[in-house]
Ligand binder design. Structure first.
Ligand code: C2E
Ligand code: CA
Ligand code: CA
Length: 665
């Protein structure tokens, strides 16, 4: 609101003009009004005292009606005005009412002042020289009181000055002609000087009030601006939900408010990244907006919803919540997210995974609480997405173990403690070993034997994976130099490797220095690794392929929208995940998926490897649907380098002995 906004359209009347009332400046008028009514009791009290003094002086000199009865009217009038102005009119009121009252104050004050000036003038006709002096004192006091009371009205000062002193001067002149003129002149000069000073004061008062109002207005504007900034800083611009910052500040607020318990949830969309990659960010944004609204509606009364960034949302649930309750809320959320989303004529189907943590059960600080919920989310994703996991004591223990492992890993001798095992990939038709996959192992003097499923993630978290990978890769290359020329080597890269600028160069240099043809090498990558930073991953993949190596997509089928990746990435091979293979002989769906994938790979000129094959039935079933490259315990478990020669010797190609195909009904 600006100063001009505060002015009103009140019409200026004659009274306003005469008394110079600033009816178009509410703040100034209000200040004048408040100053006037706050002084009214002193003003009226001093007038009543002056009157009493005059009555006393003219007692027995002037007629009773003039000396006593007439002034008696002054007392109830003063009393009434004190009541009306001081008692009733104080406090907040509208500008229109203030305008009306100010006009009333000006008019009534002027009439009252005139009446009070006429009365002693008439009285002087009855008195003597002494009583005249008394009336001079009365008049001076009254005028001064009036002026002081009206200090804040320029117009009122001018009106009082224009009426009272001339009236008094004419009274003196008619009574005494030139006899007391010097006295009157002094009086008029004194009153004039006081009036001039008051007028100056009045201007200062107006200027001060206006500057104060301007400052107040600026303060209000600043406050409004900072409120708006605050609101924007806590709001997610895309979805309109509260943002990550607000999520943390709300958590902290609950904690400092000593709220006994609450729970938070981190919700991660499954399958959103491919939607974004395939249809573009504009459509991705629309999808997020729709989901944000859905979450808001279904969480109303249950939880507060936030967008934490990307495809991650947060919820805060007040009060102590049992795992069952949290699962109940999660079910509602999961169902809502799974409903198809129609945007721009397309239908998008997504899922989501949720990680919960409870305060104060799982953490004592908000940062820790968030970490715990994030861990639960990670745990849920790792063990099958599309569900909710509540952080518990097992996770706590796992975190502790990981932290110990992280410290050990950072200070360990990688060259000495890490080694590789090799698992063959066999052509089921010829029994020929096509390649060995290099699988890392850690024999830690402190922790014992650690599985790569555990230490790879810890190494990623600790930021040492990009140092560990070249160490392992050098070992793999060294081992592969002993293998026959036709046997390839496949090596696993982590998400961090493939998204690290320069890492492809490091790996290519190691290959170049090893004497092994880059064409014999396959780098295995998971979809999740690639989608972490699609562009960087693609660039590193391009550099590896340019040098002659091949790229295989590992664990195929466990990620999302895999087909879109096959289409968009520079791939040579696909490894179908063990989860499809393990029941391929009995599950129609797995069977159909592998069959279609084999056909697709054939169509696109890609090789297709089935992982985790454990039985002859599986081998035959896979062969029946055209998938002949097999890796798994059926042929061999991962073995040390010195067993490779023996294995190759035992499994010489038997081209005529093709496995019998098994077809599902
Ligand atoms: P992966 O790349 O999918 O490797 C295959 C895993 O399945 C290996 O586990 C292997 O021992 C196991 N496996 C092979 N055949 C069968 C089977 O018939 N049945 C069953 N149940 N399992 C089978 P491993 O060696 O524990 O490796 C686990 C994961 O650790 C690997 O999964 C890979 O993602 C990662 N990894 C292993 N070595 C490295 C490495 O050098 N670098 C990176 N970044 N990751 C590695
Ligand atoms: Ca692999
Ligand atoms: Ca795999």
């Amino acid at each position: 609101m600006s100063i001009s906004d505060e002015t009103t359209t009140t019409e200026r009347t004659l009274i306003d003009r005469v008394f110079m009332l600033d009816v178009h400046c509410p703040l100034l008028l209000k200040a004048q009004y408040e100053a006037a009514i706050s002084k009214s009791p002193i003003y009226f009290a001093s007038l009543m005292a002056c009157c009493g003094f005059i009555i006393y002086c003219y007692w027995g000199i002037a007629p009773l009606w003039l000396g006593f009865i007439a002034p008696l009217i002054i007392y109830p009038v003063c009393g009434l005005w004190i009541c009306a102005w001081y008692v009733l009119w104080r406090g907040e009121t509208s500008h229109a009412v203030i305008v009306r009252r100010m006009r009333h104050i000006c008019m009534s004050s002027m009439l009252f002042a005139a009446a009070l000036a006429v009365w002693p003038t008439v009285l002087t006709f009855y008195g003597n020289h002494d009583t005249f002096i008394v009336s001079v004192v009365y008049f001076s006091m009254g005028t001064l009181c009036g002026l002081v009371c009206m200090t804040h009205f320029r117009g009122a000062i001018i009106v009082v000055m224009a009426t009272c002193p001339p009236l008094y001067a004419s009274m003196v002149y008619f009574q005494y002609k030139t006899e007391v003129l010097p006295l009157a002149a002094i009086f008029i000069i004194l009153v004039g000087v006081s009036a001039w000073m008051l007028l100056r004061y009045c201007s200062d008062f107006s200027a001060l009030t206006l500057s104060q109002s301007q400052m107040a207005h600026q303060r209000n504007e600043l406050a409004a601006l900072s409120e708006e900034n605050d609101r924007m800083a806590n709001l997610d611009a895309l979805t309109g939900l509260a943002n990550r910052r607000r999520f943390f500040s709300d958590m902290a607020k609950r904690q400092t408010d000593n709220e006994l318990a609450f729970a938070i949830g981190i919700l991660d969309l499954d399958g959103f990244k491919p939607v974004n990659d395939t249809y573009g960010h504009v459509l991705g944004d629309e999808v997020l907006k729709v989901l944000a609204q859905r979450l808001l509606v279904i969480c109303e009364g249950r939880a507060d919803v936030y967008r934490l960034g990307g495809d991650e949302f947060g919820i805060i649930l007040p009060g102590a919540r049992s795992s069952e309750e949290l699962s109940g809320v999660a079910d509602v959320i999961l169902d809502a997210v799974r409903l198809p989303i129609a945007v721009n004529g397309l239908q998008v189907n997504l899922g989501c995974t949720l990680g919960y943590a409870r305060y104060p059960e799982s953490a004592s600080t908000t940062a820790q609480l968030y970490e715990r919920a994030d861990y639960a989310l990670y745990y849920a994703k790792r063990n099958g997405r599309g569900r909710a996991v509540v952080f518990n004591a097992d996770h706590e223990r796992e975190i502790r173990e990981h932290s110990i492992m992280e410290t050990t890993l950072k200070s360990c001798d990688m060259e000495k403690e890490f080694y590789l095992l090799f698992q063959p990939i066999v052509d089921a038709r010829s029994n020929r070993t096509l390649a060995f996959e290099c699988l890392a192992r850690w024999a830690s003097p402190e922790l014992g034997q650690v599985s790569p499923a555990v230490f790879v993630r810890v190494a990623e978290q600790a930021g040492v994976i990009t140092t560990l990978t070249p160490v392992l890769f050098a070992k793999a290359l060294a081992a592969a130099t002993a293998w026959p020329e036709h046997v390839r080597m496949t090596f696993n890269l982590s998400a961090f490797d493939i998204c690290l600028p320069g890492q492809a160069g490091v790996l290519n240099a190691l290959v170049a220095g090893s004497g092994i043809a880059p064409e014999r090498i396959d780098f295995e990558l998971t979809e999740t690794a690639i989608t972490q930073n699609f562009e960087l991953a693609r660039e590193n993949m391009r550099l590896l392929r340019e040098a002659g190596s091949n790229i295989a997509l590992d664990d195929f089928g466990t990620g999302y929208s895999s087909l879109s990746h096959i289409h968009r990435l520079p791939l040579d091979k696909i490894k179908i995940d063990r989860s499809f293979v393990q029941d391929v002989e009995s599950n129609q769906t797995s069977h159909k998926i592998i069959k279609s994938l084999s056909a697709l790979c054939l169509d696109m000129g890609l090789e297709c490897v089935a992982e985790g094959v454990e039985s002859g039935v599986q081998v035959r079933t896979l062969a029946g649907i055209g998938c002949n490259m097999i890796q798994g315990y059926y042929f061999a478990r991962p073995m040390p380098a010195d067993e490779i020669d023996g294995f190759l010797a035992r499994t010489l190609p038997v081209s005529s002995d093709q496995p019998e195909a098994v077809e599902l009904a």
